[in-house]
Design a protein around this ligand. Structure first.
Ligand code: MLC
Ligand code: AMP
Length: 500
């Protein structure tokens, strides 16, 4: 019998200390930290088979937000693998892209979802582990996993035709979590409700991992539903909530549609939380003010990105200024630069660049894109900001091809590339159009091939088989010509005007 190695991952060592405390409440039931350690140890053992260490093999996991999700993610980490989340609502074509791009060798699947990957797994010789079976595996000795090893890949859309996999090491994850735990004073007394998808940093790091690091309780709903969220808030007992602005806008709408007695219960429940955070997209001042009126909470707005985690935040204690994203979080360095990379003075807009231990390692398999993403060790966010009275304000993005809808980043180029594969489309352009609830929506103008007809509903269905539903444009414009500049490029702002 081997002597147990001292745990090298701090998150796991801390969980052993939290032991019998409640960790996760989900559809599957209630689970302690001990349950999570036991389940993830078994999944790690099943993944390892006869190998001592997965040595950064990519392991995908396809699970609903819940206990199995966390056990699978921790199991992959503890076996020495790199965890690659697959959203359960993705169409097969998107799942196929992620599996192939990150060269996945194994996939952990929550049983009801197994038919989503079985065909692909057979085609690409990927080993499938059904979570139920893996949870019954005998426990084996686990490898020591150094913090500098790769831990997680999050796929993120950009200005390229397909999403890139941002690779975070264990040390990156730890730095991001430590920064937020310190800034927002997480403790084991906290209890948070997660309604965010678990394939992006907002849900995975800011909510789930910060909670589990702190010995807090994380309650998970499979997806956002305003009525269910208000019902949970009204029952009381939560201390924290984090969401994108669209979710707050939809909660406000649900509150306004409720009768007075119910409204009172909702507002009272919300008042008992200690902190409510908004991020992933600009928080409209109207939403911030209405939320304060109905709940008494001044939403704490913060700014972040898949590649860097969270960078800027309004204060936990102190004045939260509407329209501002505050100051750098602990351990994060932020600067604003002009086109040539020179720092700009306060009051002058510049591109936000970020440096620190939370900044990602690389884009998976794309050394060129990784090199271009940095300037002298600083990550170039592509966002434009300005420093005013010591606080940062986000002004927008450098690229018109990046759309933020409901907090999801959507690439206009990715949708255009997909549309160009349609046999009846001659040309197309995708633009962002402002939307009161979603922030922006993607809209597509398409030029049919000569003698062909295009129907918006048919196009929508055709795209849904190829792209995640939230990337499918909300509106289509069938047109004979797209507005262009002298170089033949589509004039996107001019085109956006044709959708309003
Ligand atoms: C979207 N869809 C989902 C889904 N999210 N389906 C299942 N589960 C989910 N989690 C589908 C919808 O069913 C719909 O398909 C289509 O996508 C259009 O999406 P939508 O209108 O946006 O969906 P809706 O159901 O209305 O949800 C709105 C929303 C959602 C706000 C709840 O957009 C959302 O969860 N946003 C959060 C995104 C997020 O976590 N971003 C963080 C990125 S990290 P159909 O078939 O019904 O039309 C980051 C860094 C940082 O930005 O700073 O945090
Ligand atoms: P993602 O690539 O999905 O991680 O999205 C990151 C992007 O979301 C950033 O580059 C910003 O453009 C945007 N973002 C995140 N938080 C905010 C915020 N508080 N205000 C404005 N934009 C934000």
């Amino acid at each position: 019998m081997r002597v147990k190695a001292p745990e090298s991952l701090t998150l796991i060592a801390r969980a052993a200390e939290h032991n019998a405390r409640l960790a996760i409440v989900a559809r599957e039931g209630e689970f302690s930290y001990r349950d999570l350690l036991d389940a993830s140890h078994r999944i790690a053992s099943a993944l390892l088979e006869d190998e001592p260490d997965l040595r950064e093999a990519r392991v995908a996991y396809l699970c609903e937000p819940g206990f199995t999700y966390a056990a699978a993610q921790w199991g992959i980490w503890r076996a020495g693998g790199i965890a690659v989340p697959l959203p359960p609502f993705y169409p097969e074509a998107e799942i196929e892209y992620v599996l192939r791009d990150s060269e996945v060798s194994r996939v952990v699947v929550q049983d009801a979802l197994s038919q989503k990957v079985s065909g692909l797994a057979a085609r690409y010789r990927i080993r499938v582990l059904e979570a139920k079976k893996a949870l019954a595996a005998a426990k084996k000795p686990l490898p020591a996993v150094e913090p500098r090893r790769r831990a997680q890949i999050f796929y993120t859309s950009g200005t390229t035709a397909r999403p890139k996999g941002a690779v975070l090491t264990h040390a990156n994850l730890e730095a991001q979590v430590r920064s937020l735990v310190e800034a927002w004073e997480w403790s084991s007394a906290d209890r948070i409700l997660n309604v965010l998808p678990l394939h992006h940093v907002h849900g995975v790091i800011n909510v789930l991992t910060c909670a589990l690091w702190s010995g807090a309780v994380c309650e998970l709903m499979p997806r956002f539903d305003p009525g269910e969220v208000w019902g949970r808030i009204a029952r009381g007992g939560l201390t924290l909530f984090m969401a994108v602005p669209t979710i707050y806008a939809r909660l406000i709408r649900a509150w306004e549609e409720a009768d007075p007695e119910r409204r009172e219960a909702m507002s009272q429940g919300a008042r008992s939380l200690r902190l409510m955070v908004s991020g992933s997209a600009p928080l409209p001042v109207t939403v911030m003010e209405r939320w304060r009126e109905i709940t008494g909470h001044v939403l704490l707005e913060r700014y972040g990105m898949t590649e860097i985690g969270m960078a800027l935040s309004n204060p936990l204690r102190g004045v939260r200024v509407p329209g501002s994203v505050g100051t750098p979080l602990p351990g994060v360095q932020v600067r604003l630069v002009d086109e040539s990379g020179c720092e700009v003075p306060p009051g002058v807009p510049g591109e936000i660049e970020v440096r620190g231990p939370g900044v990602f390692l690389e884009y998976w398999g794309r050394p060129e894109a990784t090199r271009e993403a940095f300037r002298d060790g600083w990550f170039r966010t592509g966002d434009i900001g300005v420093l005013e009275e010591g606080r940062y304000r986000i002004l927008g993005r450098k690229s018109v091809d990046i759309i933020k809808s409901g907090g999801y980043k959507i690439s206009a180029v990715e949708i255009e590339t997909a549309l160009r594969g349609h046999p009846d489309i001659d040309d197309c352009a995708v633009v962002a159009v402002p939307d009161a609830e979603l922030g922006e929506i993607a809209c597509a103008a398409v030029v049919p091939r000569q003698g062909r007809d295009l129907d918006a509903e048919d196009l929508r269905q055709w795209l849904k088989e190829r792209l995640a539903a939230y990337k499918v444009p909300r509106r289509f414009l069938v047109t004979r010509e797209l507005p262009r500049n002298a170089l033949g490029k589509v004039l996107k702002p001019e085109l956006a005007a044709r959708f309003s």
